[in-house]
Design a protein around this ligand. Structure first.
Ligand code: ATP
Length: 229
């Protein structure tokens, strides 16, 4: 195994206010890593920094062996970082197919393959994204990231606000992507859903990574201390 993503001592500010105080995390090729922590601990900030949507003040981000710390987001995306952002963020006034095509980059994930993977996106092809259900919008957000043919898929709260049956559908889809070897970094608050999928966990506490390890090594004490359970 070699590291797909290496984040070291990451420090990020919003204006004068520091949000990350030293985040370390590694995603090995083909691994799914769960980034966890209570509300406001820096998970979304970490994901957005990796995707180069926020300036980095300290530390280093390496992706596929290359230093991307100072790269603009469109170049990071071209290197293969596929973000499924919190809140889904599809283009509301484009159709499902237009949303997918707008993201397309060459590779094994084509419009046909994405529709085979999420048949609902084929059935809703000509509907505007704003008319989709929450679950369908989430499928579209994942489908759009797949259309970029990413080497690493970053999922920020992919099941937030969805009904249990739809959540299961989304988790099944993510598990299938992992099974075919895609590297994944995911943020989610529901431990019972995220842990079966994760090869490794990283916990953030006030903008710092304070624990990392195998999901099996997560004790009740660590969960109580850092995840508030
Ligand atoms: P949640 O689970 O609630 O999404 P999170 O772990 O993703 O939380 P972040 O959203 O990364 O946490 O927030 C980390 C810190 O940065 C928090 O203290 C938050 O208030 C602050 N923060 C986030 N976004 C901004 C912003 N746009 N401007 C200023 N501060 C921000």
């Amino acid at each position: 195994m070699s590291a797909m993503l290496e984040v070291e001592a990451l420090e990020v500010f919003y204006g004068a206010s520091q949000a990350l105080f030293g985040v370390d995390l590694t995603v090995e090729e083909g691994q799914a890593v769960a980034l966890m922590g209570r509300n406001g601990m820096g998970k979304t900030t970490t994901i957005q920094s990796i995707c180069r949507m926020l300036p980095v003040r300290g530390g280093r981000i390496r992706f596929g062996g290359r230093d991307i710390t100072a790269l603009p987001s469109y170049r990071a995306a071209r290197l293969g970082l596929g973000l499924v952002p919190e809140g889904r963020r599809c283009f509301p006034n484009l159709t499902v197919t237009e949303n997918l095509i707008a993201a397309a980059r060459p590779g094994p994930w084509t419009l046909k393959r994405v529709r085979d993977f999420f048949p609902r996106l084929g059935e809703r092809a000509d509907q505007y994204a704003l008319t989709l259900s929450g679950g369908e919008q989430q499928m579209l957000a994942i489908g759009r990231a797949l259309m970029t043919n990413p080497r690493l898929l970053l999922l920020d709260e992919a099941t937030e606000g969805l009904a249990p049956v739809i959540r299961r559908e989304i988790w099944t889809a993510i598990a299938a992507l992992k099974a075919e070897g895609l590297s994944i970094l995911l943020v989610d608050k529901t431990l019972s859903e995220i842990l079966p999928l994760a090869d490794a966990c990283v916990i953030l506490e006030r903008g710092q990574s304070v624990w990392h390890g195998d999901p099996g090594a997560l004790t009740d004490e660590i969960e109580r201390r850092y995840l508030g359970l």
